[in-house]
Write a protein that binds this ligand. Sequence first.
Ligand code: ACM
Length: 515
Amino acid sequence: MSKTVLIILGLLVAFVGRKQSPTDLTNNNVIPRPVIISATGNSFQLNESTSIYITVNLPELNQSAKYLREKLQAATGYELKIIPTKETPSSGIYLTTVNNEELGSEGYELLIEKKLLTLKANNAEGVFRGIQTIRQLLPVAIEKSSVQKIAWKIPTGTIRDFPKYEYRGTMLDVARHFLGVEDVKHYLDLMAYYKFNVMHLHLTDDQGWRIEIKSWPKLTEIGGSTEVGGGKGGFFTQEQYADIVNYAADRYITIIPEIDMPGHTNAALASYPELNCNGQATKLYTGTKVGFSTLCTNREITYEFIDDVIGELAKLTPGPYLHIGGDESHATKTDDYIPFIERVQDIVYKHGKIMIGWDEITLAKLNKRSIAQYWASAENAKNAIQQGVKIIMSPARKAYLDMQYDSLSPLGLHWAGYIEVDTGYKWNPATLETEIGRENILGIEAPLWTETVTNRADMEYLIFPRLAGYAEIGWSPTDGKSWNEYKHRLASHGNQYDIWGINYYRSKLVPWSKE
Ligand code: ACM
């Protein structure tokens, strides 16, 4: 063999070797982008004798350790031991606590050394968020469901990470088309991967009532019996809803239930004649128009109904919030709408919850703890700010997951515009509207309305890959944000989506890998 061939071979081996031994922690594809990363140029390797140590100071970490073990098990084939400890181990993975104000309730610190990978946080929630980073730092094959023969290496260095906004949510409309418990859990798993902490469930609308209310059973018997297009609909029993709430809580995600009112209520109006001003039940509705229905705001029975519904739902919901909708009540006179919202607000607080509503609710006099969800009107957001009310940012033209990517998208609507993957990423909640500043914002939420979504694959197509961008807007610092840098990290997540079998939109703007 000639010298040149040997040199080329040597370079090839070095190159391949380097690909297999990642050693630069700053060169990662983590989404959302961590706050601070520094690299030390070596690597930690997971193998079958690695143990997961947990500090005895926080028993909840046993859950975190089991979750981590489960996430690593299928692809590695390793069944990692979980060992409670009082002392810092010399090797393995170590989940432990720290007392660090900057990290807050969700931040974490990852110290990756050659022999020891330490994940520290103020509490188990922070450890859970940090575990998502560990998953993303390992070779992507870690997401596979069968054993892979791979060197499971992570480059050494330090990551210190915490969220920009305390509220990072998604919304799923299960009213227009019903999506079942397994679909919701699937979404929760994907949200957890991107460090979301809230799922808002839009449980009722003109086309369907999707949550069992024991004191008003016809809501689901009648109101839950169909959906857009006339399909069979469906609903969550209270047990199923509680199962979703628990599944979410295991992922440190809060469920916020929404009962939309006084508009968007045809399913209720069709179920109970007494909720209508003329005392007659409406017909079930399976179209997609909005703004035609209203509860009868000057009948006492309406408030007894709301008190019962909110009372049952508040008992089933451990999280602090309850969403009352309040949007697009075009069939309710403003003079009726305002006192209605104020009275419903009292009912929500009576049942121990903080009220959230779409931005129209700011026409009413709000409790300062109430929260307005901005979707369309900067004027309404201004009303919120004047009342000292915080805002969740869900601008339809930037953050609605049901908007089409472009005019060729087979699913979705476009009344708020097309939202290509870059459009969904390139906006800043704190500068989008001159009226709304960082100090007014609780966080962001990306809603998926389901007029055109009939099943899990449809849902995935509209959610992915835009969801990753909303995660980054909610979590990562604005400094250093760049679409041109982000699109490469996003492209690498296409490999995860392929492994998971996710039906995602392969935008031409993203340099996906070839196969
Ligand atoms: C909404 O899109 N009607 C909140």
